[in-house]
Design a protein around this ligand. Structure first.
Ligand SMILES: [Zn+2]
Ligand SMILES: [Zn+2]
Length: 219
């Protein structure tokens, strides 16, 4: 079982059905046994191509998520858990065949429901803001907590109220346009064979071009 074949099988299952394949499904697909699949998944987790829970189940393969983190994303045929704000806004770009998607969430501060039609043509309109608690340089320290704290709020006032209520420190705040540009090409190529991650210099260039300051990285 080739490592890149396994990675693509996981990503394509998420893309086509909205859910993660089980180790047993992957074993039957590749004509191998479950322990071999589990070893392969562990390698992919070590290289940050996916995230496993304590039982070895796939919980994330960015930007896809198998568990709710505050967002849902509805395409033409498929419904996904949206991961974080960044991941939810990335899905329409990664899967243009699904058309414009409906991204929905609740403001963590006041519980007001919000939904946007998100496509590839330009950012949705609105005065909402995204708040990212963890600086990019530390996002993988605890990636589930990181994604769980990349949320969309009604306004700066709701961010301030939520920080007051939770006692959490202020992270990075961006408008919808910046979030959309950040999400537009970050995950490009993940559904294709031979995907390689940007090196740090190219990642920094990309973040700058999306309009994010050095503070996003934690510098
Ligand atoms: Zn609110
Ligand atoms: Zn995320």
């Amino acid at each position: 079982m080739d490592r890149e074949d396994l990675r693509l099988a996981v990503y394509r299952s998420f893309a086509e059905s909205g859910r993660a394949p089980t180790p047993a499904e992957l074993a039957s697909r590749f004509g191998t046994d479950v322990p071999a699949v589990r070893r392969g998944l562990k390698e992919l987790a070590a290289s940050r191509d996916l995230v496993l829970d304590g039982q070895g189940r796939i919980v994330m393969a960015h930007p896809f998520s198998a568990i709710p983190l505050g967002f849902s994303v509805m395409g033409a045929r498929v419904l996904w858990w949206g991961g974080c704000a960044w991941d939810s806004f990335a899905l329409p770009h990664l899967l243009p065949g699904e058309g414009e998607m409906l991204v929905a969430t609740r403001c963590p501060a006041c519980r007001r429901p919000h939904a946007w039609n998100v496509g590839t043509g330009g950012p949705p309109v609105g005065g909402h803001v995204a708040h990212f608690l963890v600086p990019a340089a530390r996002m993988w320290d605890d990636v589930m907590r990181t994604c769980g704290h990349q949320r969309l709020f009604c306004s700066e006032d709701c961010v301030a109220a939520w920080l007051e209520e939770t006692g959490l420190p202020r992270g990075y705040v961006m408008d919808l346009g910046t979030l959309w540009r950040l999400a537009a090409h970050w995950y490009e190529g993940r559904l294709k064979r031979g995907y390689t991650r940007r090196d740090p210099a190219r990642a920094a260039d990309y973040l700058r071009s999306a309009g994010l300051s050095g503070q996003f990285w934690g510098l």
